[in-house]
Ligand binder design. Structure first.
Ligand code: ADP
Length: 607
């Protein structure tokens, strides 16, 4: 398709048309001209001879009608002498025949033998009989040349007394004609060659812009708009070329705009966090962006051309037509046992002005986190209300009892007051812990860091507990001897370690041991605090760092715990860039691990 062969090209067609027209014109002119010329030449030839014949006829008539004496030469001799004078170009032979058909004389000196013989020529006999002139062109059998035969009667007083029989060599006229024809053919051939060459050049002026446009159209089809057609003139083709260039420019602009829009759209679709799916009017997916692929965990190839409702696993609840009228967002819950996964889908219909539905655009939004936060918030409010209601209910009943007269009882009153006091303290602790958490949840929460030797800092805390502990528990320390210089918020980390040690003491059995370890690692230090208490069930190990979580609710509350200690510890360690986790064997003990980032090179700077 790309290449037009020379034999199919418009160029060749133009040249051929030129040549055919020229041939036609030359043929018509040639035939007319040659025919006319031939007629003219033949008639000239005949006229020139006929002029002579009249004179000859006159002379012969005189001789043939003359009264002769003995002294006069014979008619034959006279005729011979007249004929010998008569020989001229164009005349091969002249015979004179008398009215008895006897040949009286011939101009051919080599044919004198026929004199006195009777002629057999049919034309002569006719002339004698009819007395009319007649001529004919024959082809001589021997030579193949054309000859012109003329029979002219010699009349005297209205009677035919003889006939002149003339043979003209008309072949020369035809030879001449042939030569003229030759010249004509050569002329035609030369003019055709010149015309063909001119035709090639002239056709180029028409075909060049056309083939230029053809090439440009092909280039345009391949997306190349940079070419331009050369405008050779202001004729129709020139205007066509001009319009073609204009069209190219417009097309290029239109394509650039479309391409720009397409690129913008695909960039927006690729970089937006929401998933976008578009369908055709039958509800089959025609576009799916990367976030949507990831959200639905479906490769693009599988997603495309699937019905939207089955891609979103909505088959059992909705048809495509339902989605067209769905105003509210649809919640897609893909949660499994292992993880929560909830998406919100909004549908908008793509409609033309005529109301014809082109398809639907579904926007998917991952609301798992949002839902989780919402759930946690609800749980938190429920937990806080519950945690506050318990001590408040206890206090109310005790205060009611006191109000109803128990205050007068010297034994019960102090006990009751003691309980209310404990509950109040527990509430204060709870509120304080909540305040701490809320402070840390604040966006502009900052740590007040100082450079300290971690070993010394840890030891001091342990010392404090060792001095104040009331249980029969021994402490075991495995701390590095050298200093570990770190930048930490002492106050916050003290709270963390306090909480872990007090838990360890709380859950330690009598005579148990609490061990403290600090291990230096490549880029962090690992602090561990182990006890030999009842331990924590494996499935609850991670949950103890959640707010208000307690393995044994009643027991913990009884021990004065709020269930917030480890949650606060986790936040504080995370603020330091560290991690906290627990390992435990039920019935054998629990170890709480903390890692904190530690940069040895910084310490070298200090020392
Ligand atoms: P609480 O104020 O109740 O101690 P925490 O956040 O400090 O709250 O601890 C959460 C829960 O983790 C506790 O209620 C307890 O069930 C469990 N726990 C924490 N430390 C230990 C430990 N050393 N041994 C056994 N259980 C523990």
């Amino acid at each position: 398709m790309n290449k037009v062969g020379f034999f199919r090209s418009i160029h060749l067609k133009f040249v051929l048309i030129y040549l055919l027209l020229i041939i036609l014109a030359v043929q018509i002119i040639g035939v007319y001209f040659v025919r006319k010329l031939e007629d003219q030449l033949v008639s000239n030839f005949k006229q020139s001879i006929e002029g002579h014949i009249n004179l000859l006829e006159y002379n012969l008539r005189e001789e043939m009608t003359k009264e002769r004496d003995e002294s006069d030469p014979s008619l034959g001799t006279e005729v011979k002498s007249i004929l010998s004078d008569f020989i001229s170009s164009g005349i091969a032979e002249v015979r004179v025949i008398d009215n008895r058909s006897i040949i009286v004389g011939t101009s051919d000196p080599n044919n004198q033998g026929i004199v006195g013989q009777r002629t057999t020529e049919f034309m002569v006999k006719r002339a004698l009989a009819l007395g009319s002139k007649e001529d004919k062109i024959y082809i001589e059998k021997k030579t193949g040349h054309r000859i012109w035969v003329l029979t002219s009667p010699i009349k005297s007083k209205g009677e035919v007394i003889g006939v002149i029989y003339l043979v003209g060599t008309i072949e020369n006229v035809f030879k001449q004609m042939n030569e003229i024809n030759g010249i004509f053919i050569t002329g035609t051939a030369i003019s055709m060659v010149i015309t063909a060459l001119l035709g090639v050049l002239l056709a180029q002026t028409i075909t060049r812009p056309i083939s230029d446009m053809r090439r440009q159209a092909l280039a345009m089809a391949k997306g190349n708009f940079s070419r331009k057609v050369k405008v050779y003139g202001h004729d129709e083709i020139g205007q066509l070329a001009f319009s073609f260039n204009h069209l190219t420019k417009k097309l290029q602009e239109a394509q650039a705009t479309t391409e720009g829009e397409r690129r913008k759209l695909s960039t927006v679709l690729a970089f937006m966090t929401d998933g976008v799916i578009a369908t055709d009017r039958r509800g089959r997916v025609i576009l799916i962006n990367t976030p949507a692929e990831e959200m639905l965990n479906v490769p693009r190839e599988t997603g495309l051309s699937q019905p939207l409702v089955s891609l979103l696993e909505l088959d059992d609840r909705y048809t495509f037509e339902d989605l067209l009228t769905e105003q509210e967002s649809v919640i897609l819950d893909y949660s499994t046992k292992e993880r929560h996964y909830i998406l919100r889908a909004n549908f908008s219909v793509m409609q033309r002005d005529t109301g014809f539905v082109n398809g639907v655009i579904a926007v998917l939004h991952d609301i798992t986190e949002q839902e989780k936060i919402e759930m946690e918030r609800r749980e938190f409010v429920a937990n806080v209300s519950h945690e506050l209601r318990t001590p408040l209910t206890t206090m109310r009943s005790y205060l009611e009892a006191l109000a109803e007269g128990a205050w007068q009882d010297k034994e019960i009153a102090p006990q009751f007051l003691n309980v209310t006091q404990n509950e109040t303290e527990r509430m204060i602790r709870l509120v304080n812990d909540l305040l701490k958490l809320s402070k840390m949840d604040n966006a502009d929460y900052t740590l007040k860091k100082n450079w300290v030797d971690f070993g010394e800092f840890f030891s001091q805390i342990i010392d404090r507990f060792e001095m104040t502990k009331q249980q029969d528990v021994t402490f075991k320390r495995e701390l590095p001897k050298h200093s570990i210089l770190m930048e930490i918020d002492e106050d916050k980390l003290t709270q963390v370690i306090d909480n872990i040690i007090s838990n360890a003491l709380k859950y330690s059995p009598e005579g148990g041991q609490v061990s403290f370890k600090v291990k230096e690692k490549a880029e962090e230090i690992e602090v561990s605090i182990s006890d030999q208490g009842m331990g924590i069930p494996k499935e609850n190990l991670d949950k103890i760092f959640e707010r208000f979580y307690r393995v044994d609710r009643a027991r913990s509350r009884q021990m004065g715990g709020t269930g917030l200690g480890l949650a606060i510890a986790k936040e504080m360690v995370a603020a330091h860039g560290g991690q906290i986790w627990a390992k435990s064997v039920e019935g054998c003990g629990t170890t709480i691990y903390i890692t904190l980032p530690y940069d040895r090179s910084q310490e070298d700077d200090w020392s």
